[in-house]
Design a protein around this ligand. Structure first.
Ligand code: NG6
Ligand code: CA
Length: 503
């Protein structure tokens, strides 16, 4: 009887498995954290080997000229998810772990777009876009609202901010995962909790990583690592840094399996290679570059596992995969992980300015790895088309044949043809923000003058800020060493006008 049932049902099951997805491809967005242009072997690095990402690049399209809108996480992800420039607001800077939602529920996100198109939507991993209605007002022991579900995500499994910021717990569908009632959670970014050890006062408890001097990661201690901010409680719900990548993989694979019969949009933010870098022991010592290199290998493994899950579930060919990073690389970002001294010949910045990565308006701050795979339609190879993450919203709307909702994503334009490899030029100009704004048209990059700090001594970052206007010829000078503004006043005038028009 069972056999007979199976015989009659099989064609239906096969149909059910393939039919809905055939018309609506899945979209998977993998956003690495602080992964530099030079951190992947498919981007030409000989010092590190990233086979899973390289395999994706090999059968997809690898972009050489793709950009974030900002050189840090919160503003960059804000723009990616909303299609709005972060610099139009003054409150999208690096968010505390108890920050309120940076994207208000009234705004339309890329997740809303997919949800209204009949997709199941998910966000897994690093969030860093605030939770709750007001700073410090979250109920970490109950329902945290508003949250990801209010901006279009049906499912969420998130770290509130970064691994170096409290609270160090996973938040699943707006409640602390594995909540431990015996250890109620309190969080403060103002003052320590009485009786709770801190990295500053109890360095003997820092069994896993010590903070770098003066960075400020010397407050609450969780899992033998001190963090930014203070927290109390958490008990069994506290994460173990060495398991973060495994958790992200497990939740992602689970999501893929669960939704394999219906179309999904999944946003996966890896914790790698953000600080504190404390990879699983499977990866420790494997890169020869210390924890930072090992975290890159862990990232590569993460990608491999996710791709495998897509393949195992028969979804790989029908999933548009985009892999990118939220900002450029940084070496010492707050912990004594020996990243600097073990770097050797590795250049996280690739061909761009040394120490001009994260936080900087030099190319390495905002030009990022960007790989697109969709075996059905994406041309294989390398694309030099100019692409900005700001355009993901409108381009993905076009991909699924939906109009951008009225009033939403007003900075986002449709460059789907660039994503698919049909358009070799891409966006006519790229705007990025880090300190000041810059605009790039073809080989020319103009950076507005400003009076911000030129150098960040803690991370040894050259921020690229100058009191006079700058013009770089990226073709001749990808390191942006020579300011040629005085030699090309006409180019400066054109770029400045174009930028002013956008503001
Ligand atoms: C900085 C932190 C840095 C990192 C960054 C956010 C200090 C001195 N440094 O403020 O360690 O957490 O914020 O990184 O506090 S991001 O990739 O999420 O934007
Ligand atoms: Ca980041």
């Amino acid at each position: 009887m069972r056999k007979l049932l199976l015989f009659f049902c099989t064609p239906f099951l096969l149909w059910a498995q393939h039919s809905p997805n055939a018309s609506k491809p899945n979209v998977l967005l993998i956003v690495a954290d602080d992964l530099g242009y030079g951190d992947l072997s498919c981007y030409g690095e000989k010092t590190i080997h990233t086979p899973a990402v390289d395999a994706l690049a090999k059968q997809g399209l690898r972009f050489t000229n793709a950009h974030t809108t900002a050189a840090t996480c919160t503003p960059s992800r804000y723009s990616l998810l909303t299609g709005l420039y972060n610099w139009r607001r003054n409150d999208t800077g690096i968010a505390d772990g108890d920050a309120a939602m940076v994207i208000c529920p009234e705004q339309t996100t890329i997740a809303d777009l997919f949800k209204t198109a009949g997709y199941t939507t998910g966000a897994i991993g690093k969030w860093h876009l605030g939770l709750g209605a007001e700073k410090g007002g979250q109920d970490w022991n109950g329902f945290i609202t508003p949250g990801a579900s209010d901006i279009g995500f049906d499912y969420s499994y998130l770290m509130a901010a970064t691994a170096d910021r409290v609270p160090c717990v996973w938040i699943e569908n707006q409640r602390v995962a594995n909540y431990d009632p015996s250890a109620p959670i309190s969080v403060s970014y103002r003052a320590p909790f009485e009786g709770e050890p801190t990295g500053k006062n109890n360095p003997e408890l820092l069994t896993k990583l010590k903070p770098s001097p003066n960075h400020g990661h010397d407050q609450a201690i969780v899992n033998g690592i001190s963090r930014i901010g203070y927290m109390k409680g958490g008990g069994n719900a506290l994460w173990k840094d060495e398991n973060i990548a495994d958790t992200i993989v497990a939740k992602t694979v689970n999501f893929i399996q669960k939704h394999k019969h219906t179309p999904f949009f999944l946003y996966v933010g890896t914790n790698d290679v953000h600080v504190p870098r404390y990879p699983h022991r499977r990866f420790v010592g494997k890169s020869g570059m210390g924890y930072r290199g090992d975290a890159i290998l862990q990232f590569d493994w993460t990608v491999g596992e996710i791709l495998k899950a897509l393949k195992d579930n028969g979804l790989y060919d029908n999933t548009l995969i985009i892999l990118t990073s939220d900002n450029g690389p940084v070496v010492d970002d707050g912990y004594q992980d020996r990243a600097e001294e073990l770097l050797g010949k590795h250049r996280p910045w690739g061909p761009f300015h040394n120490h001009g990565g994260k936080y900087s308006n030099y190319e390495a701050g905002t030009r990022v790895p960007f790989i697109v795979s969709y075996p059905k339609k994406v041309k294989r190879g390398v694309s030099d088309a100019a692409f900005s993450q700001i355009d993901l919203f409108a381009s993905l709307a076009a991909f699924i044949g939906k109009p951008v909702p009225a009033g939403a994503a007003t900075d986002s334009a449709n460059y789907l043809n660039a994503l698919l490899g049909k358009d070799k030029e891409g966006r006519p100009y790229i705007i990025a923000s880090a300190g000041s704004l810059s605009i790039t048209v073809a080989r020319w990059k103009y950076v507005e003058p400003n009076n911000y700090n030129a150098y960040q001594p803690l991370t040894r970052t050259d921020l690229g800020n100058y009191p006079e206007e700058r013009l770089y010829d990226l073709q001749e000078d990808p390191m942006e060493l020579a300011n040629v503004a005085k030699d090309y006043p006409d180019v400066v005038a054109i770029l400045k006008t174009l930028l002013d028009k956008e503001k």
